[in-house]
Design a binder for this molecule. Structure first.
Ligand SMILES: CC(C)(COP(=O)(O)OP(=O)(O)OC[C@H]1O[C@@H](n2cnc3c(N)ncnc32)[C@H](O)[C@@H]1OP(=O)(O)O)[C@@H](O)C(=O)NCCC(=O)NCCS
Length: 159
């Protein structure tokens, strides 16, 4: 997938399974409270090594011209507490030293394109940090995020 950025390519994890161990270690480090041993997340289920690009979850990775993973996003079925907002683009993350270069925006756009390809009519995500990115891309706030009195909102985009 063309990211629109020089030297960044966005790939389905299904097409580059060799980066899955790095991706999982990175996500575990960044979101230990979710994916760690005491957290509710199951990283192997969320990022299956043998992911099928035509069935959710569809993890995407942004790779640079040295084939290093510099960002990720994942389209998945949503479960509790937001089961009514599904499918969902989650796990948006860009390497710290590569932020503010447009990679996050490119990943959101790639998730939109992938969801469209999969026949999704409406895509959701929850964010505070990426709010300006999604609002610029035409997403609308549809509900408070978690916790309900926090700054995060659930956004939706008609595809
Ligand atoms: C949130 C996050 C994904 C954004 O990724 P990113 O790659 O920095 O996103 P972008 O570069 O597309 O956009 C970020 C900002 O940089 C600006 N920007 C983009 N390219 C730029 C450039 N070449 N020069 C200067 N600024 C640039 C964008 O306009 C945007 O500005 P804004 O904050 O006013 O909206 C990243 O900060 C991150 O991984 N955060 C930690 C995890 C997280 O919070 N994830 C969100 C949960 S859903």
């Amino acid at each position: 997938m063309n990211s629109g950025l020089p030297s960044i390519e966005i790939r389905r994890l299904a097409d580059v399974p060799q980066v899955a161990p790095f991706l999982k270690a990175w996500l575990l480090e960044e979101w230990e409270s979710w994916y760690g041993p005491d957290g509710p997340g199951d990283i192997d289920a969320a990022y299956p090594t043998r992911a099928d690009g035509n069935r959710l979850p569809v993890p995407l990775v942004a790779m640079d011209d040295a084939d290093a993973v510099v960002g990720t996003i994942c389209i998945r079925e949503q479960t509790s507490p937001h089961a009514q907002f599904s499918p969902w683009a989650g796990g948006l993350l860009v390497a710290r030293d590569r932020r503010r270069q447009g990679i996050g925006t490119a990943l959101v756009k790639a998730a939109e394109d992938e969801a469209r390809r999969l026949g999704v009519r409406k895509l959701y995500l929850e964010t505070h940090a990426a709010a300006s990115i999604v609002v610029r891309r035409g997403w609308s706030a549809v509900a408070p995020g978690e916790p309900a009195d926090g700054p995060a909102m659930v956004y939706a985009l008609d595809l």
